[in-house]
Design a protein around this ligand. Structure first.
Ligand SMILES: [Zn+2]
Length: 145
C-alpha cells in the first residue's frame, strides 16, 4: 500500500492541511500554465465521495470551496474549474484550477490538447499567500449556517 505516490510524497507544495486532507499547490509545467492550480487530497485511501461519512464529505467540500474562494481573491481568473477524476490514484482528490480565456487550453479541459500557445505570463501566488487566503475562506465557510 505504501507504493502509492500520494502516500510517498505530498504531490506538490503543501499550503494547508489538517488531519483529514491537504491542499497542495501544483508545481511544474501545470503550475506554471495555470498559476495557483491546487489539489485538495484526502489523506486516506477513499475512492468515492459517497464513501465518506456526511461530515467528512462536507468538510472536504468546504476545503474545496475555500480554495476556490482563495484563488478568486488571489489570481482573479476568468473561471474556476473543479474536477474530481481519481482514475490514477486511490485518494479522493479535487482539482481546483484557475482558468483564463487566453490560457493554453481554454475553453477545453486542461487535460485536452492545447488550443494555442501561451501569450500571457502570470505570477504564481506565493504559498504563504495561498495559506492565508485558504484559512480566511475556510473559517468563513465552516462558520456559515
Ligand atoms: Zn496513498
Amino acid at each position: 500500500m505504501q507504493q502509492c505516490p500520494l502516500c510517498l510524497s505530498p504531490g506538490g507544495e503543501i499550503v494547508w492541511e489538517d488531519g483529514l486532507c491537504r491542499v497542495v499547490r501544483v508545481d511544474g509545467a501545470e503550475g506554471a500554465a495555470f498559476p495557483g492550480y491546487c489539489r485538495v487530497i484526502w489523506r486516506t485511501h477513499i475512492a468515492e465521495m459517497t464513501d465518506l461519512d456526511p461530515g467528512s464529505r462536507r468538510h472536504l467540500m468546504n476545503v474545496v470551496f475555500a480554495v476556490e474562494a482563495a484563488l478568486r481573491a488571489l489570481v482573479a481568473p476568468d473561471k474556476i474549474n473543479l474536477a474530481a477524476l481519481g482514475n490514477m490514484v486511490p485518494h479522493l482528490h479535487w482539482h481546483v484550477i484557475p482558468r483564463w480565456r487566453d490560457d493554453s487550453h481554454f475553453p477545453a479541459a486542461i487535460w485536452a490538447d492545447p488550443q494555442k500557445s501561451v501569450a500571457a505570463i502570470r505570477h504564481v501566488p506565493a504559498a504563504s499567500a495561498l495559506t492565508a487566503a485558504i484559512i480566511a475562506a475556510l473559517t468563513e465557510e465552516e462558520s456559515g449556517a
